[in-house]
Design a protein around this ligand. Structure first.
Ligand SMILES: C[S@@+](CC[C@H](N)C(=O)[O-])C[C@H]1O[C@@H](n2cnc3c(N)ncnc32)[C@H](O)[C@@H]1O
Length: 279
């Protein structure tokens, strides 16, 4: 598996840099590849499965994926029109105007530009009401031409995929023998402020995984291994008997931590992802 590091979207917790490492642990005889916590789709695009379903519960995000599949030219236009507005109004006014539109009516077109231009690429939502709160980034968002090139690349790499807005439990319900489900859920107790404040419960995910495994579905689960957030270490109880193997994947420096430090990096903030495999 060759590294594929060109991002289409910026997304908190994205696995772009080591997606190829994770995908190298997937079996080769997959009927349908399913990714029910799709986010920025890093693993799907690195793996390029011939038949896949990518899903996520976050509707504005899935609007972007569906537009990539059905009308990539419109996706490019979504980005171009916001990029032009951003430059016309200046920074941060242009960004704030687009953010205000998004918050008045959450939609994929505004989210697309916001995720590429927000501070640290960390799209954050207020838990109470889903308000997108990240300030304007200090970097220059990629040009419309560069974005269009990425759309071409990503459209090709995801050509085997359908995109649906679903809770992960519905995605699990569609799985059959010989499918592979790759799960990258929100970090159980460290990411509850992110992703629009959706309530995610890891115990229910383990239950879904156990049931799917009994039907002959194979599951690979990325889970926070040794994440430190200040003095807080995320603790996880992994039930016995579901997983056959466990590997560590090096994830580099923690994005969350970087955001908290407002752009400063911390050399010792290394996060290892655990990859648990039911096969
Ligand atoms: C850690 S991110 C996935 C990152 C992804 N692997 C990437 O490389 O960008 C977790 C995703 O789970 C989604 N999510 C949260 N709760 C969910 C649920 N109940 N069902 C489906 N997706 C959910 C969030 O919207 C978020 O995009």
């Amino acid at each position: 598996m060759r590294p594929f590091k060109t991002q289409l979207l910026k997304w908190i917790g994205n696995k772009q840099r080591f997606a190829h490492e994770i995908a190298s642990f997937f079996p080769r005889d997959i009927r349908v590849y399913r990714e029910p916590f799709l986010g920025s789709g890093a693993i799907l695009a690195a793996f390029q499965p011939p038949k896949a379903v990518g899903s996520d519960v976050f509707k504005p995000l899935m609007d972007i994926w569906q537009m990539l599949r059905n009308n990539p030219a419109t996706l490019v236009e979504w980005y171009r029109s916001r990029y032009d507005r951003f430059h016309k109004l200046g920074r941060p006014e242009g960004y704030e105007a687009i953010k205000a539109d998004y918050n008045a009516s959450p939609n994929g077109a505004d989210l697309l530009f916001l995720c590429r231009s927000c501070y640290g690429g960390v799209v954050r939502f207020r838990k109470a009401d889903g308000y997108m709160s990240t300030p304007c980034g200090i970097h220059d968002p990629i040009s419309s031409m560069s974005f269009a090139e990425r759309v071409d690349i990503w459209r090709r790499r995801t050509s085997g995929a359908d995109f649906v807005c679903l809770d992960y439990r519905e995605a699990f319900a569609s799985s059959r023998e010989k499918d592979l489900i790759y799960c990258d859920p929100p970090y159980a107790d460290c990411q509850n402020i992110l992703y629009g404040g959706q309530n995610f419960n890891l115990a229910s995910l383990f239950q879904e995984i156990a049931e799917a495994k009994n039907r002959g579905v194979r599951i690979a689960l990325s889970i926070d291994g040794t994440k430190k957030s200040g003095n807080h270490i995320c603790k996880l109880e992994i039930p016995e008997g579901i997983f056959e193997r466990e590997v560590f994947v090096n994830c580099g420096r923690s994005m969350l931590r970087r955001f908290q430090l407002l752009g400063e990096t911390l050399e010792d903030e290394i996060v290892h992802d655990r990859l648990l495999l039911t096969y």
